[in-house]
Design a protein around this ligand. Structure first.
Ligand code: MRU
Length: 373
């Protein structure tokens, strides 16, 4: 992604010291663009847990780099045991997105099969983490090209008028290593000169839409409006939305998709109003072992303070957090919901677009035919 004209990924190894992982601090956006150093395995755990990094693909890549830092801290004799422990700690940071478990397990598998000196094992860990990050970026780029075809068609049907796309939460550059999933087709269309406009759901309680998606779209120059979370139904009913595209944190083999809380409501409104509803994600988000998303996907419940308080910038330019409910009002804070496959028009993956059902998914991922849960 380009920030002030310079290209950045969301995570990388420091050029002058490749034993340090660098990230964009997403807690500070949209008010401040800041790069943080993660020098220890514990720094990585905190960065994921406290959401300095977030988004399914990015927490997967961060877990991979975390395993690399764990390899630098592991003893020669206890190497495999130390790494297994690190993988477990990482997996427990955030439960819903499959990418995190997938990346930690992939690192573990590669390293436990690797024979060689401690130094060579550490080098293998670095290379595998980089491969995971590079793959994430490449897959998201391809998602963009597949999704572009859908936007192109709508644009043609509208004789080149604006294609109005509603999105929820942040499934852009910032949620991955680069490009994004839901926003990748938007960027691809914009870069080809197709007129697009994005309706950005604010995405309470943490407001990833307002603070991250809006910021990214500004940086890329894409036309957008921030809308309250509850506006989507009204807008679809009144013909203001041509398509909805969201990301996903976990997708089952039958096509149910977990995404940021509130996505399900948008999917119901889209179905009722015949607005196509697409879910875009790389294959690391699939959980081929799961069938029913509603019954099986673990939903992260986060601290109630995220609902009871809101953070923003005052007129004087100070960042402040204020309470929005009575002192004694408790709150509940489910981070995600599951959209059943029947509400989804199509899944946009790096291998192409398919129907949200087992047959459609296996038509792209036939190697998973016998890997069901
Ligand atoms: O809680 P977050 O910010 O890590 O949530 C993840 C998300 O950004 C969304 O659910 C997103 O739409 C899918 S992840 C690309």
């Amino acid at each position: 992604m380009n920030v002030n004209g310079c290209h950045y990924r969301t995570i990388w190894l420091k050029e002058s010291d490749p034993k340090i992982v660098q990230i964009i601090n997403q807690q500070a956006l949209p008010f401040k663009f800041e790069i943080l150093d993660l020098s220890t395995f514990n720094d990585v755990v905190t960065a994921i847990k406290d959401m300095y990094v977030r988004g399914a693909g990015l927490i997967g890549a961060t877990a991979a780099f975390g395993m690399y830092l764990a390899s630098l801290e592991a003893g020669e004799k206890s190497f495999n045991k130390d790494l297994a422990l690190a993988a477990n700690l990482l997996k427990n940071t955030r439960p819903t997105a499959s990418n995190l478990t997938w990346a930690a397990d992939r690192m573990l598998k590669t390293l436990s099969a690797f024979n060689g000196s401690l130094e060579r094992k550490r080098e293998a860990a670095r290379l595998e983490a980089m491969t995971i990050a590079n793959e994430d970026a490449a897959f998201c780029k391809r998602i963009g090209l597949h999704g572009l075809e859908i936007i192109k068609k709508i644009s043609e049907q509208k004789n080149g008028e604006n294609v109005n796309i509603l999105t929820h939460c942040n499934a852009g550059w910032l949620a991955f290593v680069d490009y994004g999933s839901a926003l990748s087709p938007v960027y691809a269309a914009f870069d080809q000169g197709i007129k697009v406009h994005v309706w950005v759901d604010e995405t309470r309680p943490r407001n990833q839409g307002a603070s991250l998606t809006a910021w990214e779209l500004c940086e890329h120059g894409v036309s957008h409006d921030l809308i309250p979370d509850n506006a989507g139904g009204h807008m679809m009913l009144n013909g203001l939305v041509d398509m909805v595209v969201t990301g996903a944190d976990r997708v089952t083999r039958e096509g149910d998709a977990a995404n940021k809380i509130g996505t399900y409501l948008k999917a119901i409104a889209a179905k009722e109003n015949n607005v196509p509803f697409y879910v875009a994600f790389p294959s690391s988000t699939f959980d081929f072992k799961m069938k029913s998303g509603v019954k099986e996907i673990p939903i992260e419940e986060r601290d109630s303070s995220e609902v009871r308080f809101i953070t923003g910038k005052t007129k004087e330019g100070k960042i402040e957090t204020v309470q929005i409910c009575p002192d004694s009002t408790p709150a509940r804070n489910w981070g995600f919901d599951v959209t059943p496959a029947k509400f989804i028009t199509g899944l946009i993956t790096e291998r192409g677009i398919c129907e949200a059902n087992e047959k459609g998914i296996l038509s792209l991922y036939s190697e998973q035919t016998n890997n069901g849960g």
